[in-house]
Each structure stands twice: as C-alpha cells, then as structure tokens.
Design a protein around this ligand. Sequence first.
Ligand SMILES: Nc1ncnc2c1ncn2[C@@H]1O[C@H](COP(=O)(O)OP(=O)(O)O)[C@@H](O)[C@H]1O
Ligand SMILES: [Mg+2]
Length: 357
Amino acid sequence: MIRVTSLRKTFFGLHGTVRALQGIDLDVREGEFCVLLGASGCGKTTTLRCVAGLERPEEGEIEIGGTLVSSPAKRIFVPTEKRDISMVFQSYAIWPHMDVFHNVAFPLTQGYRRVAKSQVAEKVRQALRLVRLDGLEDRPATDLSGGQQQRVAMARAMVTEPKILLMDEPLSNLDARLREQMRVELKKITKAIGVTTLYVTHDQAEALSLGDKVCVMDGGEILQVAPPNEVYAKPASLFVAQFVGEMNFVKGKVAGPTLIECPLGILPLPAPAGFFAPSAVTLAIRPEHVKLDSADGSSASLTGSITTKNYLGDTALLEVEVNGVSLLVKLPGDSAFSVGQKIAVTLPLDRWRVFPG
Ligand SMILES: Nc1ncnc2c1ncn2[C@@H]1O[C@H](COP(=O)(O)OP(=O)(O)O)[C@@H](O)[C@H]1O
Ligand SMILES: [Mg+2]
C-alpha cells in the first residue's frame, strides 16, 4: 500500500546541512498498522511528511496504492491533495471557531474530497460514532477536553474514508491514563475500518502496543523492521536493545567461538558473526528473564544479594548484585525476597543476547 525505497532528504538550514533521511526503505501492506519509532530528531516526521507530499525528497521513490507519487529521478511529484491520505498531528489543529460538526465536515465541503451536500451529515455522523463523540455535534470545539479534541481530529481525518492514515505523535499531548485508553481505541478504530496506517512515536510502549510492525529509527535510518514481539525479544542491535524495553547490559569479551567471558563467568554463548577473541561484546538480558531462588540448597552457580526492592502492585522490581554486577529483576506480584537477602541467581542461556561492542 505504501512503498518507500532509498528515500533521502537533506535540509540546508541556517545552522548547516542536516541529512534527515539517509536511505529509508519501507513497505506497509494494505490494512497494516506500521509504527516508526525513534528518539527526537531521528527523521520520523520527515519520513511521514515525504509520504504526505509535504516535503520533497531529493532521492528515492514513494508509491501509494501502486501509484508512483514521488520520484525525483523520473520527475514525478504528486501534490498532497491528490494523494489518498489523511493526517493527524500532535497538535490537534482543529478550528476553534467551529463546532464539532463543522470541524469534522470540513474536508467534505472543501477541496478534492468534497462530496454531495446531501451526504455530509450522514458521513459526519458515522465518523463521530466511530470515535464515540456522537451527540456532541453542536459543541464548540473550544469546550472540549484534550482527549475529545483529539477524537475530533481523528474523526475529521477518517470522514473522507482515506486509504491511508498518517499520524504524527497524536497522543503525546494527552495525560498518561487517557493516552493508554486512546491507544486501545485507536487500534480498534483503525482495524474496524481497515485503513492502512503509518504512525510516528518516540514512545516505545506505544509502538509495541499499537504496531503490527515496528520500524526502529536512528540518525535518518531504519535499524530494524519487525513485529513488536520480535523487536522486543530479538533486538537486531545494541541500539534497539537499549531503546526498546528494560534491559540489563553486561560488558564482556569473546573467549572462543562459543564462549563469552564476563564478570558473571565464562558463558557458553555464541560470539556475534565475524567477532573473534578478544573482541569486546555486550551481553543483554531482560529483567523478567532473571530467575531468583532462596540460596539454600540451590544448585545455581551464581549467588547474589538483593540491594533494592520496589513494589509496583502487579510487579516487583529488584536490584540484585552478583559479582559486582547490578542486575534489574522483574517478578510478577509481590515477592517474598527482602533487601540484604542472599539468593541464587539463574540467567537462562537462551535469554541472553550478545552484541558487538
Ligand atoms: N525544515 C527543516 N529545516 C531544517 N532541518 C530540519 C527541518 N525539518 C527537520 N529538520 C531536521 O531533520 C532531522 C529530522 O527531523 P524530524 O524528522 O522532525 O525528526 P523526528 O520527527 O524523528 O523528531 C532533525 O535533525 C531536524 O532538526
Ligand atoms: Mg517529529
């Protein structure tokens, strides 16, 4: 549905040259919810704006629904209003002087997606029902809460029944609880209408929960594209491992083809491809994969002691010191362990990831 190949975009600003996109490749299938995830400045918005036709990339191609809409080499550039897309931004950009109805009706009464007057009311009604704002048609936009304003922006984006929805951090201005509710709803809505979505966020939890597919970006490049569970379980690089979820990192070095030496001992783990003794590596393991047992009678090879305990209701976060290494451990519910206690620590070999560097 959206295909981006070798996309490059450079900004020549007052403060010098910024290579915002350095060869982006992206493929979003019909009906798919694809998330671009990365820290501020990595090129997410620029990618979205290129797809929207709001920026002109200097290299690469963009296809939407099988039509080439951007190709500098072939001198093709289809303007925004002729691309079958809708957009939702972080700032809701709804009209303060209009009521809810007229805000949502706006794209149906102006421009390329105008429809017959007789259809407007019904389409607006459907869009408002979709975002659960039915009944608020006459409410002035300024009398709405932040969450409701964002729903109006979504209804307006969807009222034209676009094939493609582009969203740039649309939930960032909402408070934490509302953001989580809207996340669930957003996923339901986009799936219900089957719209293809390209969604930008810097929030890794949001990316994991929303995406059918997550693209992790850094420095104008995509580092990994995979379903969220795979990005979490098998981060492709140290950067992705650091960016997505909590992770324990332990420095080590390669001691043999399948031996890594680190403060926790010599572990039978494969060295990264192309890395030989004594290359430096970083071992990584998730807090929920570290296992603890009361030390007495356990055959586990490592012993540690609990240095902190943080009870969070559904989980407990503990810090455990083992051979001078501090490990974060996540246990479901409350745990019987207490600070200062000696415990046996098990680090399952199949849970470790090994990265160069
Ligand atoms: N209009 C512009 N002029 C100059 N530099 C820009 C412009 N837009 C974006 N940039 C730069 O391009 C890089 C990528 O920006 P952006 O795509 O907005 O990142 P993100 O959305 O991931 O935070 C940043 O370094 C940003 O400062
Ligand atoms: Mg941005």
